[in-house]
Design a protein around this ligand. Structure first.
Ligand SMILES: Nc1nc2c(c(=O)[nH]1)N[C@H]1C(S)=C(S)[C@@H](COP(=O)(O)OP(=O)(O)OC[C@H]3O[C@@H](n4cnc5c(=O)[nH]c(N)nc54)[C@H](O)[C@@H]3O)O[C@H]1N2
Ligand SMILES: Nc1nc2c(c(=O)[nH]1)N[C@H]1C(S)=C(S)[C@@H](COP(=O)(O)OP(=O)(O)OC[C@H]3O[C@@H](n4cnc5c(=O)[nH]c(N)nc54)[C@H](O)[C@@H]3O)O[C@H]1N2
Ligand SMILES: [Mo]
Length: 766
C-alpha cells in the first residue's frame, strides 16, 4: 500500500453498526432539517399501525411495536420527509439546460416537488399547470397515438399495491401490456428462474425460519447497507452458533462483524459479533462455478458415504418423490472438471469442499441472495443453481430451510403480485374480466430492455413513469438519453427532481405525488395503502406527516385522473369511486386475485397476512408438478471475461445511496469519504499493471457485440483503491459506471442487465 492515500480514502476498521451508525443517523436527520419531526417519524416506521419503511423489503417480526434501529431506513425516511422544497420559484430561476449541468446528487437534494409542472419550450423552463389541464394533455396525447403499443408504462417498486393495481388496470384498459418495471433491472432472474425450478418466483421462507435454520448461505448481497434490518436476523443467528457462509468478491464489513446498537454491552465495550463463519471471495460472475463445485463435492461425499454403508448425503427420498431431472444434473456435475471450477470461481478446491462439509452436516439450510446473483448474463442460471443446491438435500418446503431472494424496492414484489407484468397470464386476464367485465389482450408487452429499444428506434412515442429514474438506472445512458429525447410525451409521477425529468419530450410533465410518510386524505377520509415484503407478508402502511404542499395528489388519484382523461367511460370503470376509498380498490384486487380473500379484513390484523407459497408446502406449480433440477451449459456466458488482462467490473451501491438517489458522498464501511470517483481493485491486479493505491486510472470497456467500434466506452481519471476484492474483479459505484455497461449485455432469459460483470481493461490515466 502506498504511504500517501488520496484524500477521503481510509481503512475503516470498526464493525458495521455501532456508534458510527448512531452518529450517521443523527447527521441524516439534521441534514434534512427534520430533527424533531424526523425522530418521531422513525419511531413510527414498521409498527403495526405505522407506515412501511420505504428503505427495503426486509420483513419485520410479527406483532412487534418495538422500534428497530436502522441507519439507512432513517436516511430513506428523512430524505422523503425533508423540509426542503422545490417549487415554481425554483424552476423560474433555473432553466432545464442549466439543471442538466447539475449532478444527480444536487438535483434530488433540492427537496420535495410541490406543484404539477409542464415544460415550456419557449422559456426552457418547467412551469406550473393545473391538474385537470395536465390530465387532459396526457389523455389527448395517449389517445392520438396510432397504437397503444407505442406507449411505455414504467413502474418503480415504491408504488403501493393500490397504485400499481390501478395503473395496470388503466394501461390494460387503454390497450397495451408494455410494462417495463424496475424489477426487470433487479430480480427478474428470480421471477423467471425460480418458477421453472420450484413453481414460484418468491421466497419460500418466513422470518421465523431463520430462528430454526442450522446454516445460512449468503450470495451476492450487502445487508449492512441495503437490508439493514436483516442484520438483526444474521446477528441473532451468529450468536446462536449458526454457520453463515458468504460468497462475495468484496469483503463487506457488515458480513464480517456487526455491533448491535441495541446491545448495551457491545456499545459500551466497543466489541462486536462476527457474522460470516467463512468468507469466500468468489470472482464476479463465478457463482455457477462455485455452486457446481459445492454440489459436485456433495455428490462425491454422498458416494463415499454410501459405499461405506451410510445413507448418503443427497436426500434421495425427496428427490424421488418431488423432483425431476436429477440424473442428467448429476451427469453434468461429474463432467465438469475441478480445474474449470476453480478457474472460473477463483476459489480453491479445498475452500469449496469446506462449504460442502458444512452443507452435508446441516439439516436446515437457508440461501439468501441479492444483485450479485441476478445481474449477470447468466443471472437466471445463477438463481436456478441456488435452487439446485437446496433441492439436492431437500431444503425447500420444510421449517428452517428454503430460498430467500432479498428484494429491492420496498414494494417491488407486491407490484408484480397485483399485475405489473408484460406477460399477463390466463389467471390475471380471467380475474380482470371477472372484476371489470372486459378481457384485456394477452400479447406479450415490453420489459425494460424492449421498451428502451422501442423508444430508441422511435417505435414508441410516449413514456409514463410511476416513480423511479429510469434513464439513469439503465445501462448505456448515452443510448437511453438520446432515445428519450425523441419522445412525444414523457410523464413522471415523482417525489423529487431527477435527471430523467430533464430528458425533454415534445410534451414533458412532472406530477408530484404523496410519499409513504405523507397523510393521504380522500373523499371517505384518511387512507392506508398496502405493500408486500420480501417474505410475502402483506401489510398496511399509513402516512402521518402533513404533505409538503397542498397541491400534491396520491398516486392512485393521479392514475385515476389520467385514466378518466384517456379512457372517458370506456368499460365503465368507476375510477373516482375507487379512489374515494382505497378499501374499494382492495375489494377489486380481491376479486381479481383470489389469494387476497378477505383482503380488507385480513390486512387490518397487526402484521398483516402471508400470501400462499405452494413450494413452501412442497406443492410444485411447474409444468410437470415436480421441482426441476435445471442444468446450465458451462460455467460462464461471457468468454471475454477469461481473456488474460481483462478485469471483470462489478457495480455496487455505496452506504450513502438509494439506487440513483445519492444521499451523501461517503461509503463508510468501505473507507471512502467525500467522493465516488473510485474503483476498488485487488493489490495483485494493481501491481501487475504498475499501478498502486491512489493511482489515477482510466476504465475502458471491452467492446460488446454490436458496439460501434469507432467510439470507446471509457471513464477517465478515476482513483484506484486497493481493496480486499477477488483477483480479476474490480468494483465501482452504480450509476457512475453505467456508461461502461453495453446495452446488449443482459441475461437473454430474463432481460436483467449484466451490471455485475462488464469486461474492462484498466490503464493509468494520462
Ligand atoms: N440503503 C439502500 N438500501 C437499498 C438500496 C439502496 O440503494 N440503498 N437498493 C434497494 C434495491 S432496489 C435493491 S435491488 C437492493 C440491493 O441490495 P444488494 O443486492 O445488496 O445490492 P448491491 O449493492 O448491488 O450489492 C451486491 C453485492 O453483491 C456483491 N457482488 C458483486 N458481484 C458479485 C458476483 O458476481 N457474485 C457474488 N456472489 N457477489 C457479487 C457485491 O460485492 C455486493 O456486496 O437493496 C435495496 N435496498
Ligand atoms: N449499474 C447498475 N445499475 C443498476 C443497478 C445496479 O446494481 N448497478 N441496480 C438496478 C436496480 S436493482 C434497480 S431497482 C434500478 C432502480 O431504478 P429506479 O427504481 O428507476 O430508480 P430509483 O433511483 O429508485 O428512483 C428514484 C426516484 O424515484 C422517485 N420516488 C421516490 N419515492 C417515490 C414515491 O414514493 N413515489 C413515486 N412516484 N416516486 C418516488 C424520486 O423522484 C426519485 O428521484 O436500478 C438498476 N440499475
Ligand atoms: Mo432493485
Amino acid at each position: 500500500m502506498s504511504d500517501v492515500r488520496p484524500e477521503g480514502i481510509e481503512d475503516y476498521t470498526g464493525p458495521a453498526g455501532g456508534w458510527d451508525a448512531l452518529k450517521a443517523t443523527a447527521e441524516a436527520l439534521a441534514s434534512q432539517q427534520v430533527v424533531i419531526k424526523g425522530s418521531l417519524t422513525l419511531l413510527k416506521s414498521n409498527q403495526p399501525d405505522g407506515f412501511d419503511c420505504p428503505g427495503c423489503a426486509w420483513p419485520d417480526p410479527k406483532h412487534t411495536s418495538s422500534f428497530e434501529f436502522c441507519e439507512n431506513g432513517a436516511k430513506a425516511v428523512t430524505w422523503e420527509s425533508t423540509a426542503k422544497r422545490v417549487g415554481p420559484e425554483f424552476f423560474e430561476n433555473h432553466s432545464v439546460s442549466e439543471l442538466w449541468t447539475w449532478t444527480d446528487y444536487e438535483l434530488e437534494g433540492q427537496g420535495r416537488l410541490t406543484h404539477p409542472l409542464v415544460y415550456d419550450s419557449e422559456r426552457d423552463r418547467y412551469v406550473p399547470i393545473a391538474w385537470d389541464e395536465a390530465f387532459a394533455l396526457v389523455g389527448a396525447q395517449l389517445r392520438q397515438l396510432p397504437s397503444p403499443d407505442m406507449a411505455e408504462f414504467y413502474t418503480s417498486g415504491r408504488a403501493s399495491n393500490e397504485a400499481a393495481f390501478l395503473y395496470q388496470l388503466f394501461v390494460r384498459a387503454y390497450g397495451t401490456n408494455n410494462f417495463p418495471d424496475c424489477s426487470n433491472l433487479c430480480h427478474e432472474a428470480t421471477s423467471v428462474g425460480l418458477p421453472e425450478s420450484i413453481g414460484v418466483g418468491k421466497a419460500t421462507v418466513v422470518l421465523e425460519d431463520f430462528d430454526q435454520c442450522d446454516a445460512i448461505f449468503s450470495f451476492g448481497h450487502n445487508p449492512g447497507t441495503n437490508h439493514p434490518r436483516m442484520m438483526t436476523t444474521l446477528y441473532n443467528a451468529s450468536r446462536r452458533g449458526v454457520p453463515i457462509i458468504v460468497f462475495n468478491p468484496l469483503k463487506e464489513r457488515s458480513l464480517e462483524k456487526f455491533a448491535a446498537p441495541q446491545n448495551p454491552v457491545e456499545m459500551v465495550t466497543l466489541s462486536s459479533t462476527p457474522i460470516a463463519s467463512a468468507y469466500h471471495q468468489v470472482k464476479s460472475g463465478g457463482d455457477v462455478a462455485a455452486l457446481k463445485g459445492i454440489m459436485k463435492r456433495v455428490a462425491e461425499l454422498d458416494d463415499e458415504n454410501m459405499r461405506a454403508g451410510g445413507n448418503g448425503y443427497i436426500d434421495w427420498d425427496f428427490i424421488d418423490e418431488h423432483t425431476s431431472g436429477f440424473d442428467a444434473f448429476l451427469a453434468d456435475l461429474s463432467k465438469t472438471s475441478w480445474e474449470s471450477i476453480t478457474k472460473a470461481s477463483g476459489l480453491t478446491k479445498q475452500a469449496i469442499a469446506s462449504v460442502a462439509d458444512v452443507y452435508v452436516r446441516s439439516e436446515k439450510v437457508i440461501v439468501c441472495y441479492g444483485m450479485g446473483i441476478t445481474q449477470h448474463q447468466n443471472g437466471t442460471s445463477n438463481v436456478q443453481h441456488l435452487a439446485n443446491l437446496l433441492l439436492m438435500r431437500g431444503n425447500i418446503g420444510k421449517p428452517g430451510a428454503g430460498i430467500c431472494p432479498l428484494r429491492g424496492h420496498s414494494n417491488v414484489q407486491g407490484d408484480r403480485t397485483v399485475g405489473i407484468t408484460e406477460i399477463p397470464g390466463k389467471a390475471l386476464l380471467d380475474g380482470i374480466e371477472r372484476a371489470f367485465g372486459f378481457r384485456p389482450k394477452s400479447d406479450k408487452g415490453h420489459n425494460a430492455i424492449e421498451a428502451i429499444e422501442a423508444i430508441a428506434r422511435g417505435r414508441s412515442k410516449a413514456l409514463i413513469c410511476l416513480g423511479g429514474n429510469l434513464a439513469v438506472a439503465m445501462s448505456d445512458p448515452d443510448m437511453v438519453f438520446a432515445g428519450m429525447r425523441k419522445l412525444e410525451l414523457a410523464v413522471h409521477l415523482s417525489t423529487k427532481l431527477n435527471r430523467s425529468h430533464l430528458l425533454l419530450a415534445k410534451h414533458s410533465l412532472i406530477l408530484p405525488v404523496l410519499g409513504r410518510t405523507d397523510i393521504d386524505i380522500q373523499e371517505n377520509g384518511r387512507q392506508a395503502v398496502t405493500v408486500e415484503d420480501s417474505m410475502c407478508m402483506v401489510h398496511a402502511s399509513k402516512g402521518f406527516l402533513t404533505p409538503p404542499s397542498e397541491y400534491l395528489r396520491s398516486e392512485p388519484a393521479i392514475i385515476a385522473g389520467i385514466a378518466e382523461a384517456t379512457l372517458g367511460d370506456k368499460y365503465d370503470i368507476d375510477w373516482r369511486g375507487m379512489v374515494s376509498d382505497y378499501d374499494r380498490i382492495r375489494d377489486k384486487i380481491e376479486k381479481v386475485f383470489p389469494d387476497f380473500s378477505d383482503f380488507n379484513e385480513r390486512v387490518r390484523h397487526p402484521g398483516g397476512f402471508h400470501l400462499d407459497i405452494p413450494a413452501s408446502r412442497r406443492e410444485w406449480k411447474t409444468s410437470n408438478g415436480k421441482a426441476q433440477f435445471i442444468i446450465a451449459d458451462g460455467l460462464s456466458e461471457d468468454t471475454r471475461l477469461s481473456i488474460p488482462g481483462i478485469i471483470t467490473l462489478t457495480t455496487v451501491r455505496s452506504h450513502d445511496q438509494y439506487n440513483t438517489t445519492i444521499y451523501g458522498l461517503n461509503d463508510r464501511y468501505r473507507g471512502v469519504f467525500g467522493r465516488r470517483d473510485v474503483l476498488f481493485m485487488n493489490p495483485d491486479d494493481l501491481l501487475e499493471r504498475g499501478l498502486s493505491d491512489g493511482s489515477r486510472i482510466d476504465i475502458v470497456a471491452v467492446p460488446d457485440e454490436g458496439d460501434d467500434l469507432s467510439s470507446q466506452r471509457v471513464l477517465s481519471g478515476f482513483i484506484a483503491v486497493e481493496y480486499q476484492i477477488a483477483r480479476g474483479t474490480a468494483a465501482g459505484y452504480y450509476p457512475e459506471m453505467n456508461s461502461l455497461v453495453a446495452f446488449g449485455h443482459y441475461d437473454k432469459k430474463s432481460g436483467t442487465p449484466s451490471y455485475k460483470a462488464t469486461p474492462v481493461t484498466i490503464r493509468a490515466s494520462t
